[in-house]
Design a binder for this molecule. Structure first.
Ligand code: CU
Length: 158
């Protein structure tokens, strides 16, 4: 009985602590606007805490846009790489695997050069501390709250 209680308490503690160290965030690029022209992706990325393990999701009508992952020089010049390097599904999910600067743009027509359809971010190492409170951390807060609720229910069940 005592060991069962200990096990449940341990589970509850893990449930509260773990999300802050391991919960990845999924960012819909451009939020409701999605991946499109004439949207300020620099402003969208500002203040967001991109971490290794997080995901970027580019959503757009198939055939209208695409996504290229490029280097800094190509990004600046909007030099369009070979088309077979593009992501074209309309719901392209990119997992941020390595820390550092990342650059993405749309290779259709003048969308990068004229339409400003380009995104530069800096990916930080996976955080071991709780993420700083920010609007984009809302998902993590909700998950932590949910697990805290489970912990409370468990503590009554013991
Ligand atoms: Cu485009």
């Amino acid at each position: 009985m005592s060991s069962t209680k200990q096990f449940l308490v341990t589970l509850a503690i893990i449930g509260i602590v773990l999300p802050s160290v391991a919960l990845a965030t999924e960012y819909k690029v451009g939020d409701n606007a999605g991946w499109t022209n004439n949207f300020d992706y620099t402003n969208w990325a500002k203040g967001k805490d991109f971490r290794v393990g997080d995901k970027l999701v580019f959503t757009y009508p198939v055939g209208v846009h695409n996504v290229f992952k490029v280097n800094g020089t190509t990004f600046k010049d909007c030099t369009i790489p070979p088309l077979d390097e593009a992501l074209t599904s309309g719901n392209d999910v990119i997992t941020l695997a390595i820390p550092g600067n990342k650059w993405y743009f749309c290779g259709v027509g003048q969308h990068c050069a004229v339409g400003g359809q380009k995104l530069a971010i800096t990916v930080l190492p996976a955080g071991l501390e709780a993420p700083a409170p920010a609007p984009n951390a809302a998902n993590g807060v909700v998950a932590s709250g949910f697990l805290a609720l489970i912990a409370v229910i468990l503590s009554f069940a013991i």
